[in-house]
Design a protein around this ligand. Structure first.
Ligand SMILES: Nc1nc2c(ncn2[C@@H]2O[C@H](COP(=O)(O)OP(=O)(O)OP(=O)(O)O)[C@@H](O)[C@H]2O)c(=O)[nH]1
Ligand SMILES: [K+]
Ligand SMILES: [Mg+2]
Length: 449
């Protein structure tokens, strides 16, 4: 794998000299047929020599007795051609609790070893220059992906989708930076300096629209976090019945009494590979007691933070209840109880008609949800932002670049804006070490990852 030398190489030297050897259960906790114990660091070979009779051929599984505890497959990966980039081993043992505990304890007998912390294997992989931060984040997402579309997005990111995009931009910024610096060197020759600055502005002007388009695309975050749908509407329209029909189980209490639902109830759906989080809420009406009012307050605040509101109305109701609107959130009106009537006239409101009771129209509703959630996902050539962290750094990049092109600052200050932009891009990919950024990212991982 190619990587640029400066930053990562220097860290590799550090890592291979001073690193402690870490040990952890890498497979899930709990009883399983097979458990994988991972070891990484300079003492890995010593640990293996302590536990097994002879080292296997590198990267080939070999059956061994392991420390008199169990028999299992041993994989030995001498660095740097290993997952973490340093000496590493994996022991596949029987997945009982006593076996795992004994194997981990036996591995820790060798001096210089200790239990791994959360995300520490992934952190070593990053620190040894194997992957950049966005790729490591992609790996974490791959481990936690629950739907097909999430898996595809995580895999693409772990394979460098965002890294290549941002490295390309970084190269363009470097070009603009060097033009500005050259201009500063020739600041006594005004035309040379002006020409250089103009060329730098051209480079940045060409980059800005691509950055803006990237920021405008929210599909990656929606896919990673789940598309949030809120079911809202007047009391007794059948909102909880619709939730149950979508979930295919009785998650929410249904009754003929208006004001049944008070707390927000959520279910996670997988519609055609898209993760969709559907929340049922209290019916919206004036009056009601303190508890119901709190339920209504929660309903409205949920709806205002949603990606989509399903506004449920009763086909049997005499008077139409149009959606009050929830900020900028798109609303689809769903007329429920189609088995009872044809629905109140809602004027120009187009929507869907269903019966939560008979299931009529449910497929259409599910298809609509899948289509809305999938908007913009997997579009050709797009490698979208997937985390708030990416968005925050990119907004800082964009703002600095806008100050660079727009303001009548002197050349020194403008060059500084380019440096700020490059700094934030560097934080994004992890080229710039910022301990606090790394700590936050790797603490999201589990032990053994
Ligand atoms: N016939 C018919 N009845 C329905 C349908 N959907 C819901 N109902 C009935 O309508 C009543 C209210 O249903 P709920 O699902 O509790 O309605 P809700 O909107 O969640 O009510 P609140 O939480 O109190 O606001 C219940 O008696 C349901 O059985 C439907 O499609 N057809
Ligand atoms: K009800
Ligand atoms: Mg309800």
């Amino acid at each position: 794998m190619k990587h640029s030398p400066t930053h990562h190489e220097s860290r590799r030297a550090e890592a291979s000299q001073s690193g402690e050897t870490i040990v952890a259960l890498a497979s899930g906790a709990g009883v399983a047929a097979v458990a994988v114990v991972r070891i990484s660091g300079p003492q890995t070979r010593a640990v293996l020599e302590h536990l097994i009779e002879s080292l296997p051929v590198p990267r080939e599984a070999a059956l061994r007795r392991i420390g008199g505890i169990d028999r299992g497959l041993v994989l030995w990966f001498p660095g740097p051609a290993s997952f973490t980039g340093e000496d590493m081993a994996e022991l596949q043992v029987h997945g009982g609790r006593a076996v795992v505990k004994a194997v981990v304890e036996a591995a820790l007998v060798t001096a210089g070893t200790r239990l791994a912390e959360r995300g520490e294997f992934a952190r070593r992989l990053f620190e040894n220059g194997k992957l950049d931060l966005t790729e490591v984040e992609g790996l974490a997402d791959l481990v936690s992906a629950e739907t097909e579309a999430q898996r595809r997005q995580a895999l693409a990111q772990s394979e460098g989708g965002l890294r290549h995009l941002y490295e390309g931009w970084r190269a363009e910024l470097l070009k603009a930076q060097s033009l500005m610096e050259a201009g500063l060197d020739f600041s006594d020759e005004a035309d040379v300096a002006d020409d250089a600055a103009r060329l730098a502005v051209d480079v940045v002007q060409a980059l800005l629209p691509r950055l803006e388009a990237h920021l405008a695309d929210h599909s990656g975050e929606r896919l990673r976090d789940g598309f949030r749908v809120v079911i809202a509407g007047p009391p007794n329209a059948g909102k909880s019945s619709v939730l149950n029909a979508l979930a295919k189980r009785d998650v929410a209490i249904v009754s003929e009494e208006a004001g049944t639902t008070r707390d927000v109830i959520e279910v996670h759906l997988d519609i055609g590979g898209m993760p969709i989080i559907v929340a049922d809420t209290a019916g919206l009406r004036e009056g009601g007691g303190a508890v119901e009012s709190e339920g209504i307050r929660r309903a409205v605040s949920r709806a205002e933070a949603a990606d989509l509101v399903l506004w449920i109305v009763d086909a049997d109701a005499s008077k139409p209840e149009a959606s009050p609107g929830f900020g900028e959130v798109p609303v689809v009106t769903v007329t429920n109880k189609s088995d009872l009537g044809s629905g109140p006239e809602l004027g120009d409101v187009s929507g869907l008609t269903i019966s939560a009771k008979t299931g009529e129209g449910l497929d259409g509703l599910i298809a609509e949800l899948g289509a809305r959630a999938g908007e913009g996902v997997d579009s050709a050539g797009a490698t979208p932002i997937t985390r708030t962290r990416h968005r925050a750094e990119l907004v800082s990049v964009r703002d600095a670049l806008k100050r660079f092109v727009n303001h009548d600052l002197d050349a020194e200050l403008r060059a500084e804006e380019l440096r700020i932009a490059a700094h934030h891009l560097g934080r994004l990919t992890g080229r710039i070490d910022v301990e606090e950024v790394l700590g936050a990212i790797f603490s999201e991982f589990c032990i053994g990852k």
